[in-house]
Design a protein around this ligand. Structure first.
Ligand SMILES: Cc1cc2nc3c(=O)[nH]c(=O)nc-3n(C[C@H](O)[C@H](O)[C@H](O)COP(=O)(O)OP(=O)(O)OC[C@H]3O[C@@H](n4cnc5c(N)ncnc54)[C@H](O)[C@@H]3O)c2cc1C
Length: 443
């Protein structure tokens, strides 16, 4: 059997290599460390956690806890590593990052089905199956090859993302639907501000604390792209700048007053299921706590639940809804899969989980078995569905959050009870979807 080439021994690449080997498929795992490091990687071992040592919340009634449980059930090597390297962290699963990496490195290196090749891969192999898992800091040479393969317009190098909030957390009594000048139906939700509300918001946003940028992030120079300017930077240019920019009220009439508001924050639908909205023009580098504090001042967002906070950082990722299918396979060349952050999932565990999913389906294809599509009720199924069906114009990476799961058929009042029910349903659906099928490709 020909070996599958996995490029990148990060979180996704190691999961993919491990999963393929579990299925008896030989793997050539190519990693440029320690010969060459990205600006964020420092440790020679595989699956390096480049920043925080936390794999987020552990309790099952949380999105991250649920995803981790799904990963355990899918045989995740990262979850096994976390088990042996965990350190006390309250309700979170945090690890000793060196021990975490060492465990995975040793398991991968000692696997007789996995051959390691050290060195940067500059070109996408022209033959055989390939999984590209080179992460948000994919080297320049390989990025150029990916660019040529998918088309320059479908590979992004910066993530200037606005926050995303869950639909159910919005106060609709203060918000009205409708597009500017009545064009396009009720595609947008509008949060109207009067003069006092706008001025209080302006005063807070200009003094809110921003997150520090890494050198390699600031090298991107966001100011080059006026359209990507952080909202707080725009606000600092002058009191009316936001009102003449993304918060302009033109073409909008508040049905409650019959008048044009002083300023309007628009929310745009983010996913097919209609459960998420993004704040239009609100790409930001404010600290997460500050985003919650300041953006909750927007009428209708007082109790908003943030499925994702805004970020400004270097991030190589695909416009996946254009180029990938829900199994992370390249539509135009089914020989090639992508996994990890480069697909538009965001976060350590999400990246790792996507590596498992891509490898399960690739190994089944190699063995002539039907592919497994995880239902949207599972966290991993919902994430891969987002990657396939997210907004094609302005696709933004997304991490696990309860807002992407379909609503429950019955209404449950308390948040914890609701999340517990969502998790229970996810795990039941996962068992139904994989059941014995997951193990049949292990033969
Ligand atoms: C600075 C920074 C901080 C982050 N902090 C967090 C955080 O705290 N929490 C969180 O959940 N997520 C965080 N993320 C997001 C994301 O979860 C991580 O980047 C995660 O490691 C992505 O996993 P991955 O497998 O896609 O890529 P990676 O884990 O980055 O793995 C990619 C691997 O590919 C290798 N590689 C790259 N190019 C080539 C090439 N051409 N040839 C061969 N090998 C190559 C790299 O050396 C690396 O080992 C952060 C991202 C960045 C950039």
């Amino acid at each position: 059997m020909n070996a599958v080439k996995v490029i990148g021994a990060g979180l996704a690449g190691c999961e993919a290599a491990n999963r393929l080997a579990q299925s008896g498929i030989p793997v050539v795992l190519c990693e440029m460390k320690p010969k060459k490091f990205t600006p964020a990687h420092k440790y020679p071992g595989f699956s390096e956690l480049v920043c925080s040592n936390s794999l987020k919340a552990e309790r099952l009634e949380s999105a991250a806890g649920l995803l981790k449980e799904e990963m355990r059930r899918l045989g995740s090597i990262s979850m096994a590593a976390a088990e042996v390297s965990k350190v006390p962290a309250g309700g979170a699963l945090a690890v000793n990052r060196e021990e975490f990496s060492d465990y995975i490195t040793e398991k991968i290196r000692s696997n007789p089905l996995i051959e390691i090749i050290e060195g940067e891969v500059a070109d996408i192999p022209e033959e055989g199956y390939v999984i590209i898992a080179t992460g948000p800091l994919t080297s320049d040479a390989l990025s150029k090859s990916i660019n040529r393969l998918v088309g320059a317009e479908y590979l992004y190098f910066h993530d200037a993302a606005a926050p995303i909030v869950t639909a159910e957390s919005l106060d609709r009594s203060l918000i009205f639907g409708g597009s500017r000048y009545g064009r396009g139906g009720e595609d947008y939700l509008n949060c109207p501000m009067n003069k006092e509300e706008y001025q209080s918001f302006y005063n807070e946003i200009i003094s809110a604390e921003t997150a520090p940028l890494h050198d390699f992030d600031s090298a991107g120079d966001y100011t080059v792209y006026e359209g990507c300017m952080p909202i707080e930077a725009l606000a600092k240019r002058g009191e009316d700048c936001m009102r003449f920019g993304p918060l302009k009220p033109v073409g909008l009439t508040d049905p409650r007053t019959g008048k044009r508001p002083y300023a309007v924050v628009q929310l745009r639908l983010e996913n097919n299921g209609g459960t998420l909205y993004n704040l239009v023009g609100f790409q930001t580098n404010l600290k997460f706590g500050e985003q919650k504090r300041v953006f909750s001042m927007i009428p209708g967002l007082k109790n908003a639940e943030f499925a994702r906070y805004g970020v400004m950082h270097r991030n190589t990722y695909l416009n996946s809804p254009e180029v990938l299918d829900k199994h992370f396979c390249l539509k135009k060349d089914p020989r090639i899969y992508f996994a990890g952050q480069i697909t538009g999932v965001e976060g350590y565990i999400e990246s790792a989980a996507s590596g498992i999913y891509a490898a399960i389906n690739l190994s089944r294809r190699i063995k002539g078995l039907d592919e497994i599509t995880l239902p949207r009720e599972t966290m991993l199924g919902a994430l891969s569905d987002y990657v396939e069906t997210g907004s094609r114009s302005g696709f933004q990476p997304l991490g696990a959050n309860m807002g992407i799961l379909p609503e429950l058929s019955e209404k449950i009042r308390g948040k914890q009870e609701k999340y517990a029910a969502l998790s229970k349903r996810s795990l039941e659906e996962l068992e139904k979807a994989i059941g014995g099928r997951y193990y049949e490709d292990n033969r």
